[in-house]
Design a protein around this ligand. Structure first.
Ligand code: 13P
Length: 249
């Protein structure tokens, strides 16, 4: 990781939690000392955004897991960035593989959501990543570049964007990318940003890794120069998350 880029650790709680279990998460999060060189963001389900925001320590920011592409209207079940701002939620995860593969979100829709969130002043954790079949067919680079292009062409302010590389085959499977595999894709993504956006954006944008990150593998992954942090699923619900926050320490 370069000095230009603060380490970034996000917790994606996915569709997990109850007030009782969240009280437990808040307890270990609120007791934690957040390292000065690390940004920490946690992403509860929409239903609990306010509950968490009102109880979490100031050192941990809060993210939504999704939002829609317009400010308001007849879109049953959706949440707008304007509503997130109203709740003082500063971040949103967009393009997560579960949104792409379970809910059929296209590159185009994800791009529109990225644009609208940024226009509204909500920062974006934008996710990209290939499936196992795509990796085995040698298509990793093609897939992540195509997904990144659909995001990048909608970004007005790169200081409000973190890119999460989450290989689909590593998500929730216990099969983590090796530090070398993560570094290889992160390096290529950074080169893509340099060629297609600008060298300064490439140098300053955090590219974080997600997919079965845990308290045991986080330190090795964090040694890689282009791994600027993590997006953590399952382990973000447990005290292990505090170890991951300190992976760079
Ligand atoms: P796991 O850490 O549970 O593999 O999930 C990763 C993820 O999807 C984070 O967004």
């Amino acid at each position: 990781m370069s000095d230009q880029r603060n380490f970034f650790v996000g917790g994606n709680w996915k569709m997990n939690g109850s007030k009782a279990s969240i009280d437990g998460i808040l307890q270990f999060l609120n007791e934690a000392k957040i390292p000065a060189n690390t940004d920490v963001v946690c992403g509860p389900p929409t239903a609990y955004l306010s509950y968490v925001k009102e109880r979490i320590q100031a050192g941990v920011q809060v993210s939504a897991q999704n939002c829609y592409k317009v400010a308001k209207g007849a879109f049953t079940g959706e949440t707008s960035p304007a509503m997130l701002k109203d709740l003082r939620i500063g971040w949103v995860i967009l393009g997560h593989s579960e949104r792409r593969h379970v809910f059929g979100e296209s590159d185009e829709l994800i791009g529109e959501k990225v644009k609208h969130a940024l226009d509204e002043g909500v920062k974006v954790i934008a996710c990209v990543g290939e499936t196992l079949g795509e990796r085995e067919s040698g298509l990793t680079e093609e897939v992540v570049f195509k997904q990144t292009k659909a995001i990048a062409s909608n970004v007005s302010d790169w200081s409000s964007v973190v890119i999460a590389y989450e290989p689909v085959w590593a998500i929730g499977t216990g099969k983590t990318a090796t530090p070398e595999q993560a570094q290889e894709v992160h390096l290529r993504l950074r080169a893509w940003l340099s060629d297609n956006v600008s060298p300064s954006v490439a140098a300053s944008t955090r590219i974080i890794y997600g997919g079965s990150v845990n308290a045991k593998n986080c330190q090795d992954l964090a040694t890689k120069p282009d791994v600027d942090g993590f997006l953590v699923g399952g382990a973000s619900l447990k005290p292990d998350f505090i170890t991951i926050i300190n992976a760079k320490g």
